[in-house]
Design a protein around this ligand. Structure first.
Ligand SMILES: Nc1ncnc2c1ncn2[C@@H]1O[C@H](COP(=O)(O)OP(=O)(O)O)[C@@H](O)[C@H]1O
Ligand SMILES: [Mg+2]
Length: 213
């Protein structure tokens, strides 16, 4: 279970799409991308811009890209999004049916809108994490961080994850630059350098020997 956080525009969705697309096309894993924020048309556009081919893999069932905004539960009181319970019900059948090995959820923050108390949200997230762990899929969970307000949206998402990658947007000399840092990776002696993250015509590029100074 892997977590990626960062402010709006830091490249979380693009990173998720790389993990999803490369998972199937390079590594042969059946991969599923659940979008709760952006409609399918937007994601198709991004995939197209960065040359990530969808159609042949989709018809083979290797890539499954779903806009779960459509599955939103119209709760009369909150009038908003689906919660972790509904998501779990959906995944329980669809992961097995499609033999999914990689899963991206973009984003947890969108699911949080379902809850009115932080306590409920925290409990539900922990239960969801336990469910996900038992499925044995490799999951990439995306969460938004607010500018200057901690590394994750709620401050506890990182505790359920086995790895945690933070994407940054830093202002230097009147210009924003993107960064990527591995904050946690269980059982692993990982890189701790803050690297520049560039978005090129091929998508995200990070150089191992480059650091933010
Ligand atoms: N073709 C492109 N070339 C370079 N940068 C791009 C391109 N398309 C989008 N971007 C950058 O990527 C950002 C969006 O990244 P995204 O992964 O959607 O961020 P997040 O999901 O973290 O909000 C845009 O705000 C833009 O700055
Ligand atoms: Mg996004």
């Amino acid at each position: 279970m892997n977590l990626v956080s960062g402010p709006a525009g830091s490249g979380k969705t693009l990173l998720g799409l790389h993990f999803f697309h490369g998972g199937a096309t390079v590594h042969g894993d059946n991969s599923m991308y659940l979008s709760l924020e952006e409609p399918r048309a937007n994601l198709d556009k991004v995939l197209g811009i960065f040359g990530m081919e969808m159609a042949p893999f989709e018809s083979m069932g290797k890539l499954i890209l779903l806009d779960l905004g459509e599955l939103r539960v119209a709760d009369k009181e909150t009038g908003t999004m689906l919660g972790f319970g509904e998501l779990q019900d959906f995944l329980r059948s669809s992961l097995k049916k499609n033999s999914v090995e990689r899963l991206v959820i973009d984003s947890l923050s969108a699911i949080g809108l379902h809850y009115r108390s932080m306590r409920d949200l925290r409990e539900e997230l922990f239960l969801f994490a336990r469910f996900l762990r038992e499925t044995n899929v490799t999951a990439l969970l995306i969460t938004e961080s607010l500018e200057n307000a901690g590394l994750t949206r709620w401050g506890f998402e990182q505790f359920v994850a086995d790895s945690f990658i933070h994407l940054g947007m830093e202002e230097t000399k009147g210009e924003l630059r993107r960064t990527i840092t591995i904050r946690k990776m269980r059982f692993t002696k990982h890189d701790t350098v803050k690297h520049p993250l560039r978005i090129t015509q091929n998508g995200i590029v990070v150089e191992a020997d480059e650091r933010v100074v």
